[in-house]
Design a protein around this ligand. Structure first.
Ligand SMILES: Cc1cc2nc3c(=O)[nH]c(=O)nc-3n(C[C@H](O)[C@H](O)[C@H](O)COP(=O)(O)OP(=O)(O)OC[C@H]3O[C@@H](n4cnc5c(N)ncnc54)[C@H](O)[C@@H]3O)c2cc1C
Length: 504
C-alpha cells in the first residue's frame, strides 16, 4: 500500500557527500520536509578525514584534501560562509621545482626534467619539461592557436592536422601519433597521477594552453576536509524542524506513483561490512528527488529515467571511473627526513607513485605521519594487500600489517635512498581504496566523443517529465570530477528547478 502524501518528503536527497549536504544546505530555508538518505553511517562520502591515536592535530585525509582558492571560488566562498578555519596546504597541488622525481632508478628535481639527467632516450625535440612537451603537441599538431572561438568552447572546435576534432580523440592516440614511445613513458611516469595519460581519456582533457606562469594558493580546512559536508549538514538540520538524515539506507529503486509522487525503495546496510545483510526493504516517498550519488550508483539504480538510451549511454560510456588508493603510516620518528634526496613531496615510478610528508605532531612531537602511497588508475595490487591486512576496515594498529609493511618498506627504501634495515616499523596505518560500490571510483575521466556541456545539462534532469535531478560531479564540464568544487557546481545547475538562483 502506498504511503499517504502527508508522510512523504517534499524533497528526498540521496547521498550525504558534499553534493548532497550542499544541496540540503542551499534548500534549508524553503520550509520544506527534506530528508537525506545515506548508504553508510558516515557523512562526507569521498571527503573522509580520520586521525591516528595520539595525533589529533594531523588530518589523515583518505579522500579529498585540498582546493585552489581562485579556481574553486564556489567551494572557497562556501567554506567562508560556514566559518570553517582554513590554512595553506603546504604540500601544494602538484610538483614544485624542487619536488624529487625518482624514475628508472634516478633521482632528480622536477625542474631538471628534460635536462641531461633525464633517464629517457628522448628525441632532441622531446627533451623538454613535461608541461612544455604536452603543450607543444597541441601547439604544433593542432590548430589551437588559430581557432577563433572563446577559450571555454575551444576544446570542441580544435582539429588536428588530419582534420579530426580533438574531443573525439584519446590522449593516447594523439601521443602515439606525434611522440616517441619513450616520450610517452616520460610523460606517464613523471606525473604522479595516471588519470590523464590513461589509454582512453579524451585528449581535450590534457594541456590545451601554454603552461601557467604563476601558481595558485592551495588551501585546506584546519579541521579536515570532511568538516565541510559535516558543517553543511549541521546547519541544514539546525535550520528546519522537518529536516532529517537517515543513515544506512541504500537506494535501490525509484518508482513513479499515479499521484505524481515517487516511491523510494531502500535496502538497509550494515556499516563496515559494506554488504546488505537483510533483504527486507524500506519504502519511503517524496515529491522531488535529488540524486547526489556517483556514476556507479546511477548505473545500478532502477529508475526508468535512467534507462532512456541516451542517458544510459552517458552513464556507461561518456565518463569512466578512475580508482585511487591511499596509504598513511604513523611513526615514532620522521626517519625519511634523513634522506639524502628528501623533499616533502616525491613522485616515483614505483607502486607508491606519490609520497607526502604529512608532518610532525605539535601536540605530540614524537609522532609523525607519512602518506607513503597515493596512486590512481591501477589499484588492484594495493587492494589485495590491504584486504589481507585489514579487511574492510580503513585503519588499525600494525599488528596485522606485517606483509604490507615489508612491501612498502622496500619501495620507501628505494625512493628515499635509506637502507631498509634502518626504517622503523610504523605504529599505525590508514588505508583506503576508492573503487567499489557505492563510490565506483575516486573520480571520472571523459571518454572521447562527447560534448561535455551537453552531457552535463541532460544529466542534471535526465527525464523531462520527472522531478528527479542528478547532481553528480561525474559529468562536470568545467572543473572536473576530481575536485569537490565540481560537486557544488553540479548542485547549482539544479537549483533553478527549486526556485533558487544559480550561483556561478
Ligand atoms: C582519493 C581522492 C582524492 C581527492 N582529492 C581531492 C582534493 O584534494 N580536493 C578536492 O576538492 N576534491 C578531491 N577529490 C574529489 C572529491 O572528494 C569528490 O569530488 C567529492 O567529494 C564528491 O562528492 P559527491 O558528494 O559528489 O560524491 P560522494 O562523496 O561520493 O558522495 C556520495 C554519497 O552518496 C552515498 N550513496 C551512493 N549511492 C547511494 C545509494 N544508492 N543510496 C544511498 N546513498 C548512496 C555514498 O555513500 C556517499 O556518501 C578527491 C577524491 C578522492 C577519492
Amino acid at each position: 500500500m502506498s504511503q499517504e502524501i502527508g508522510q512523504c518528503d517534499d524533497i528526498a536527497i540521496i547521498g550525504a557527500g558534499i553534493a548532497g549536504t550542499y544541496a540540503a544546505w542551499r534548500l534549508r530555508q524553503q520550509n520544506k520536509r527534506i530528508s537525506i538518505y545515506e548508504y553508510s553511517n558516515r557523512v562526507g562520502g569521498r571527503m573522509y578525514t580520520v586521525q591516528f591515536p595520539a595525533i589529533p592535530d594531523i588530518n589523515v585525509e583518505l579522500g579529498g584534501m585540498r582546493y585552489l582558492r581562485r579556481s574553486h571560488a564556489l567551494l572557497h566562498e562556501t567554506i567562508q560562509q560556514l566559518g570553517l578555519p582554513i590554512k595553506r596546504f603546504d604540500l601544494g597541488s602538484g610538483p614544485s621545482p624542487d619536488t624529487i622525481v625518482n624514475v628508472r632508478g634516478v633521482h632528480l628535481r622536477y625542474d631538471e626534467l628534460g635536462g641531461n639527467k633525464t633517464p629517457y632516450r628522448l628525441r632532441p625535440n622531446e627533451r623538454k619539461p613535461i608541461d612544455q612537451l604536452t603543450w607543444e603537441v597541441f601547439r604544433n599538431y593542432t590548430d589551437v592557436l588559430t581557432t577563433n572561438v572563446p577559450e571555454t568552447d575551444k576544446k570542441f572546435y580544435v582539429r588536428d592536422r588530419s582534420g579530426v576534432v580533438m574531443y573525439k580523440r584519446s590522449v593516447q592516440s594523439l601521443y602515439h601519433k606525434y611522440l616517441s614511445a619513450e616520450a610517452q613513458n616520460y610523460i606517464r611516469e613523471t606525473n604522479g597521477f595516471s588519470t590523464l595519460s590513461t589509454e582512453d581519456s579524451a585528449s581535450l582533457a590534457v594541456q590545451t594552453s601554454s603552461p601557467p606562469t604563476e601558481s595558485e594558493d592551495v588551501l585546506t580546512v584546519v579541521t579536515g576536509f570532511s568538516s565541510i559536508p559535516n558543517e553543511l549538514l549541521r546547519r541544514f538540520l539546525r535550520d528546519g524542524q522537518r529536516h532529517s538524515i537517515k543513515h544506512n539506507h541504500d537506494l535501490k529503486a525509484i518508482k513513479k506513483r499515479r499521484d505524481g509522487y515517487y516511491n523510494l525503495i531502500f535496502e538497509p546496510t550494515i556499516s563496515n561490512s559494506r554488504t546488505s545483510q537483510s533483504k527486507s526493504t524500506i519504502k519511503k516517498c517524496a515529491k522531488k528527488v535529488i540524486l547526489a550519488v556517483n556514476r556507479l550508483s546511477l548505473e545500478k539504480l532502477d529508475w526508468q529515467g535512467l534507462y532512456q538510451p541516451r542517458i544510459r549511454e552517458y552513464i556507461t560510456k561518456a565518463v569512466k571511473d578512475i580508482p585511487a588508493a591511499k596509504l598513511y603510516f604513523s611513526y615514532d620518528s620522521p626517519w625519511w627526513r634523513r634522506s639524502p634526496v628528501y623533499s616533502d613531496y616525491l613522485i616515483s615510478d614505483t607502486p607508491l607513485r606519490q609520497t607526502y610528508d604529512f608532518g610532525t605532531s605539535i601536540l605530540n612531537p614524537s609522532k609523525s605521519v607519512l602518506q607513503a602511497m597515493y596512486t590512481d588508475t591501477d589499484v588492484s595490487y594495493w587492494e589485495e594487500l590491504f584486504n589481507r591486512a585489514y579487511g574492510n576496515e580503513t585503519s588499525g594498529d600494525f599488528v596485522n600489517g606485517k606483509e604490507l609493511d615489508e612491501v612498502t618498506k622496500r619501495y620507501l627504501s628505494d625512493i628515499y635512498k635509506i637502507p631498509i634495515r634502518t626504517i622503523p616499523r610504523p605504529t599505525n596505518a590508514a588505508v583506503i581504496v576508492w573503487k567499489n560500490y557505492p563510490y565506483g571510483g575516486a573520480w571520472q575521466t571523459w571518454m572521447p566523443g562527447y560534448i561535455w556541456p551537453t552531457v552535463e545539462r541532460q544529466m542534471t534532469k535526465p527525464s523531462l517529465s520527472d522531478d528527479v535531478f542528478v547532481v553528480s560531479n561525474a559529468f562536470n564540464s568545467r572543473s572536473f570530477s576530481d575536485w569537490g568544487n565540481g560537486a557544488l557546481q553540479a548542485v547549482e545547475l539544479a537549483m533553478p528547478y527549486f526556485g533558487l538562483r544559480r550561483i556561478e
